[in-house]
Design a protein around this ligand. Structure first.
Ligand SMILES: *Cc1c(COP(=O)(O)O)cnc(C)c1O
Length: 232
């Protein structure tokens, strides 16, 4: 089932790229495997999927130890400063940096470990107060402050759009994040590049790609509904 779903998602990504006049290579598909067992991740791995997303540090660390070394792990969920030590140098990208304070903790740990941490700044474009993320109007300043920290590289921006029935409703959210990234890129801040725009989930990734997404995070569309009651 996983392999078939991946194929279907893949063809929808290609179609969206084509509509937008973009190359397929510009978009990375992150398979969001949170709550799902290693066996399902292996199914995806066996058909060539290498980028996986988890939203909990412990779960990411556990799966990482059990699964092939060439998997690229993305941390996409809210990160608390007390979990930073466990995750720095275990992920290829932390998508959810939402404060200078958190960035400072990541930087400190990266210095200690002698590595460079790649991060995205999470922006609360929709302004929902249930969501984490920096306010759009504060983003440039936060990015500048974070960029000054050692052993850390700002690779772009991330947003979680609201859950909506019609994905078209999220189009302005995605185009606003794109605009913001273009504005920030124009400032040529040292240590900052805006090559990544992490936006789009199962319900709206095609619209996100049309608006410039370079990383889509697809869970349900690949692995099926999550069953939190099962305690996984
Ligand atoms: C769970 C999650 C996703 C995947 O959501 P689906 O709707 O299942 O595709 C993407 N991004 C983040 C940050 C998530 O927590």
């Amino acid at each position: 089932m996983v392999a078939e779903n991946l194929k279907a998602v893949e063809s929808r990504i290609s179609a969206a790229c084509q509509r937008a006049g973009r190359e397929r290579e510009e978009v990375t598909l992150i398979a969001v495997s949170k709550t799902k067992p290693e066996t399902m991740i292996e199914e995806a791995y066996d058909v060539g999927q290498r980028d996986f997303g988890e939203n909990k540090v412990q779960e990411l660390i556990r799966k990482r130890e059990l699964l092939p070394e060439d998997i690229r792990w993305h941390l996409i969920g809210h990160l608390q400063t007390n979990k930073v030590r466990a995750v720095v140098d275990k992920t290829c990208l932390i998508h959810s940096v939402d404060s200078l304070h958190l960035a400072e903790a990541i930087s400190k740990e990266a210095v200690k470990k002698g590595c460079t941490a790649s991060i995205l700044v999470e922006v609360n474009v929709a302004g929902e107060n249930t969501k984490f993320g920096v306010a759009p109007e504060e983003t440039i300043h936060v990015v500048e402050d974070i960029a000054a920290l050692p052993n850390l590289k700002v690779e772009g921006l991330m947003t979680i759009a609201p859950f909506v029935d019609d994905p078209e409703d999220n189009r302005p959210i995605f185009s606003n994040l794109k605009k913001l990234s273009v504005d920030i890129a124009a400032k040529n801040v040292n240590n900052v590049c805006m090559r990544v725009l992490s936006m789009g989930m199962t319900n709206d990734y095609e619209v996100a790609i049309e608006e410039g997404s370079t990383m889509v995070r697809v869970g349900t569309g690949i692995f099926g509904e999550r069953d939190y009651a099962a305690g996984q």
